[in-house]
Design a protein around this ligand. Structure first.
Ligand code: MN3
Length: 208
């Protein structure tokens, strides 16, 4: 079953001024689409064609010969969620009581979460992502960063929130100011309802 590009869950200009229509047109229509086209091409003949995206992605991650395929599937997975991790009038502390309690316990409170999440994105050298994830074994929240198309799933952690720090995600709107982009993401864009949804779904355990 071939992977397809879903439409954005909002209008292209809905996240302005924090993320412009031009950025979303390039990022969604060109970059995300390219990962899907290339992924559909590379998956042929691997035996992973009928797996779920999550299963195919983790299996490709574990096989060095499939590193090229992993890059495309990882980025497809990451971007599918990334569009939903943002919403108009998002960001700030619109967080449920149960998730707030866990952020307090595991991450030292909202302000520390905010600082460390931004710092993770800022210190990811080159392209990659920063994450709020929940460890499947311990249930603890963690802040992580990963290079390129990687994400917390192959490490046995469930991504609850991720921010794309590839330059294509911010260069049109923020030029080289990655920190300003990360601050706008946290303060004005995060869709905490979607984070809550993933948190309530619980650990994603992928049989590879
Ligand atoms: Mn991207």
């Amino acid at each position: 079953m071939a992977f397809t590009l879903p439409e954005l869950p909002y209008a292209y200009d809905a996240l302005a001024p924090y993320m412009s229509a031009e950025t979303l047109e390039y990022h969604h229509d060109k970059h995300h689409n390219a990962y899907i086209v290339k992924g559909n091409e590379l998956i042929v003949g691997t035996g992973l064609e009928n797996k779920s995206l999550e299963e195919a992605m983790v299996a490709a991650f574990q096989d060095k010969a499939k590193a090229g395929l992993f890059n495309q599937l990882g980025q497809h997975y990451n971007h599918l969620h990334f569009w939903n991790w943002m919403a108009p009038h998002g960001g700030g502390k619109k967080i449920s009581q149960n998730l707030t309690a866990l952020i307090d316990k595991d991450l030292g409170g909202y302000d520390t979460f905010r600082g460390n999440f931004i710092q993770a994105g800022l210190t990811q050298f080159g392209s990659g992502w920063c994450w709020l994830a929940q460890d499947n074994a311990t249930g603890k929240l963690e802040i992580l960063k990963t290079p390129n198309g990687e994400n917390p799933l192959p490490m046995g952690k469930t991504p609850l929130l991720g921010c794309d720090v590839w330059e294509h995600s911010y260069y049109i709107d923020y030029r080289n100011a990655r920190q300003k982009y990360l601050e706008a993401f946290v303060d004005n864009l995060i869709n905490w309802d979607y984070v809550q949804q993933l948190f309530e779904q619980g650990p994603i355990k992928v049989a590879a």
